[in-house]
Design a protein around this ligand. Structure first.
Ligand SMILES: [Zn+2]
Length: 350
């Protein structure tokens, strides 16, 4: 067979460009000033990009991903069974464009200088964590007294739109020494169309770098919802790393008067602290859980019920892969606290 009739040979240029892109972005991620350039680019395009899809009530990003999955199946069918050269070209061009957009709109932000560098260098201990957990237990109990609840005595949210507005306005007041990013000016945080899939996989929300929309699962327990919104909106602000997005979310909630946001954030902090010491001091965790107020205990019960209800094949599938991921990331057997807990405790200690 003549090699020129081979569909791979015909499309070799697009394949080469893709490989060059892999190498190029790999090299760019190792150079400080190019990362700074991508950071500046994100700052510049941030508000324009957010505004682009903010007007739509539904998540355009969800529809976009759905279309990609459906047309992807169609194109692969044509490629494998019909061996169409034009199909391969279309796939390669699409991969090239989306890879380029993903890298320059988002992926490069993972290499930004980490927030921990703006904080004091300090080694935290179990003791620091436990002291802070005791403080946060008290803060949670206090604020929970003021929150509304449903007939079963479980915390509910009365006005989710108000929480979104509060987060965007609190993002303007983040401490300058930690966050020097321009605030976002437009809300674009939407309930996901894939809510039930998200419930089953335990995904609370996600940020779409192509449409700059934040998506959240509207069905998660009310205790987790406001913090999830703040977390996704921190991604929008330009924080790619998961734990840094949570830290920025905590900072945004810290000075807020919105009771629901406060409660959700304080509870997230408390749970993170308890998790951090649960292996070395399980008795302490148990003691604190017992000291939850009755209202907080009902909320916790509600969270556990939600997990049980969605427990099944998919969650198992995701649970296993998650576990593998965690294991492969742990270099040695040493116990280290999560990056979020480090940021939080060092910040609170000062
Ligand atoms: Zn996230």
């Amino acid at each position: 067979m003549d090699i020129r009739h081979n569909i791979l040979y015909k499309n070799k240029n697009w394949a080469i460009i893709l490989v060059v892109q892999f190498l190029l972005f790999y090299v760019l991620s190792k150079i400080n000033w190019t990362i700074l350039l991508f950071e500046k680019f994100y700052e510049w395009k941030k508000n324009i990009h957010v505004r682009f899809f903010s007007g739509l009530e539904f998540s355009f990003g969800d529809v976009f991903y759905l279309l990609i999955i459906v047309s992807g199946l169609f194109f692969f069918y044509r490629l494998i069974f019909l061996k169409k050269s034009r199909t391969l070209k279309a796939i390669l061009v699409f991969l090239n464009i989306s890879y380029f957009v993903y890298q320059s709109f988002w992926r490069m932000l993972y290499f930004q200088s980490p927030i921990i560098k703006t904080l004091e260098k300090k080694k935290i201990t179990d003791n620091d964590i436990q002291n802070l957990a005791i403080i946060y237990l008290k803060l949670c109990k206090e604020i929970r007294e003021k929150t509304p609840e449903n007939k079963s005595g479980v915390f509910i949210i009365n006005n989710i739109d108000q929480i979104k507005l509060e987060i965007i306005s609190q993002q303007k007041n983040l401490p300058q020494e930690v966050c020097n990013k321009k605030p976002t000016t437009t809300l674009s945080i939407k309930p996901s169309l894939f809510a039930s899939f998200m419930s089953k996989t335990g995904i609370l929300g996600y940020y779409n770098p192509f449409t700059a929309e934040g998506q959240y699962n509207p069905n998660v327990p009310a205790t987790q919802l406001p913090f999830t919104l703040a977390h996704e909106m921190s991604h929008q602000l330009g924080y790619a790393r998961e734990q840094e997005a949570s830290f920025i979310a905590y900072l945004a909630a810290r000075n807020s008067d919105n009771i629901a946001l406060q409660y959700s954030s304080r509870l997230y902090v408390l749970k993170s602290l308890l998790r951090a010491v649960s292996k070395t001091d399980p008795e302490f965790t148990k003691k604190i859980l017992n000291q939850y107020s009755n209202k907080m205990k009902r909320d916790r019960e509600n969270e556990l019920k939600f997990i049980q209800k969605n427990d099944g094949f998919i969650s198992e599938l995701f649970g296993v892969s998650n576990d593998l991921f965690l294991k492969s990331n742990q270099q040695d057997g040493s116990i280290s606290y999560s990056y979020f807990v480090n940021l939080l405790v060092i910040y609170e200690l000062k």
